[in-house]
Design a protein around this ligand. Structure first.
Ligand SMILES: Cc1ncc(COP(=O)(O)O)c(C=O)c1O
Length: 408
């Protein structure tokens, strides 16, 4: 047990920001579902890129451009291997999860017709709702919502009945950012495929907390953001099956995505460049590769088990508090906990926690329809990562009790 926590503390020591003090108190960073902190390795990689490699990619014959191009493309290969994709041309760099979903809604959406159906779930982030509403306005498709049970699990029976010949796509989150529910995506993918539909998985929350293998899953698309897995903001990934990406029209037009341009006609570049118009976030892509290198360097089995232990411990301690209600009680749950205490507004608790150095998120977590489902304005969400520890959970519980006593 001691050796094990020493190992996890060794991982923690690679994240410099965690040594910070906030309002004179040691920072307890429990907002990992919003974004993760960065290991020194990633921070150094960004600095090295700008101090000794900075150049534009793909177009230059000069040395710097070739080095930057190589590093950027190496990162693509690392990402391909990390998520188990078959080919690197199935890895499209994006700005993040939101951008990836919008790309699919715009491009795949062009191949959809009035009356076609896209299924999402009641626990989706706004970024997996609004792009389909925009597509509904543009193309007359119908967005349908798979309901959930009160414990925050998906209503699979109803989902079964919703699938039909009009279902073109099931676009669903792997893990709920608000409830922590881990959806049975293997089952969902199989059922959707049997009905002839394609499947897009929003992996924003799962990429950090478990092994993802797109080949084993057999999903058609998988999207995630670099900043949720210890990489920079403004970079993300869309994985798509080559056969589908080939059939889809470009998302944006501009440099790099073309083969030949004339005023009469333009032909497009091959994958993945067809979907990567303009100068990309070069350093972001490279540093995301470094973040995955970090993940490969650690014992993820131990790290993920550690996160689960933190969740179990935090939930046990939270449930000892009077009038505290946890939202999202699925047995299969990631390391985050959403809750409210009586009628106290989550924002008030969040503010008093901040004064004690505890960073949690309060509000609707970009899932307003889910808040409507529970008839609440928001929750307090504590989300744990592999660098958090039990002592921090104790500080959090102590600070929470103090906040409640002030507000009651
Ligand atoms: C489940 C889920 N989907 C999508 C997003 C959007 O990610 P981004 O803002 O990085 O594009 C988030 C971010 O919190 C999320 O948790």
């Amino acid at each position: 047990m001691k050796g094990k926590s020493k190992y996890m503390e060794g991982i923690r020591s690679q994240f410099p920001l965690l040594n910070k003090k906030v309002h004179g108190k040691p920072l307890v960073y429990f907002d990992n579902a919003a974004t993760t902190q960065k290991p020194q390795k990633v921070i150094d990689r960004i600095s090295t890129y700008y101090s000794s490699e900075n150049s534009n990619i793909h177009r230059g014959v000069h040395h710097l451009s070739q080095v930057a191009t190589q590093d950027y493309e190496d990162a693509r290969i690392r990402i391909k291997n990390y998520i188990g994709a078959a080919k690197e041309n199935e890895i499209i760099f994006t700005k993040g999860t939101t951008d990836g979903i919008n790309l699919i809604a715009t491009s795949l959406g062009e191949l959809m017709n009035k009356g076609d159906e896209v299924l999402i779930s009641a626990m989706e982030h706004h970024s997996n709702i609004v792009p389909w509403q925009l597509l509904a306005e543009r193309k007359g498709i119908t967005m349908r919502v798979i309901p959930i049970h009160k414990d925050g699990t998906l209503d699979i029976e109803t989902f079964d009945g919703m699938l039909n010949e009009k279902t073109k796509l099931v676009s669903i989150t792997h893990i709920s950012n608000t409830l922590g529910t881990i959806n049975p995506i293997e089952t969902i993918i199989k059922k959707a495929h049997r009905a002839g539909a394609k499947v897009l998985i929003d992996g924003a929350q799962s990429i950090q907390h478990g092994e993802v293998n797109v080949a084993d899953l057999n999903c058609d698309f998988f999207v995630f953001s670099g900043h949720k897995i210890f990489g920079p903001t403004g970079i993300g990934v869309l994985y798509g099956k080559e056969s589908l990406l080939d059939r889809m029209p470009p998302y944006q037009g501009g440099g790099d995505m073309i083969q030949r341009v004339s005023f009469d006609q333009t032909s497009y570049n091959e994958l993945p460049f067809k979907f990567e118009a303009g100068t990309p976030n070069i350093v972001g892509g490279i540093a995301l590769g470094t973040a995955l290198e970090f993940m490969e360097s650690i014992d993820t089995k131990q790290a993920f088990a550690h996160e689960k232990e933190l969740l179990a411990y935090a939930e046990k301690e939270l449930l000892k508090i009077e009038n505290l209600k946890i939202y999202g009680t699925s047995k299969n749950k990631t390391s985050l906990v959403s809750f409210n205490v009586g009628t106290i507004h989550p924002f008030d608790i969040g503010t008093l926690l901040d004064k004690q150095g505890i960073a949690v998120r309060t509000g609707h977590h970009c899932t307003q329809p889910l808040m409507d489902f529970f008839s609440i304005p928001g929750t307090i969400r504590a989300s744990f990562s592999l660098y958090n520890n039990k002592e921090e959970v104790d500080l959090f519980i102590h600070a929470l009790k103090k906040a409640i006593s002030v507000l009651s």
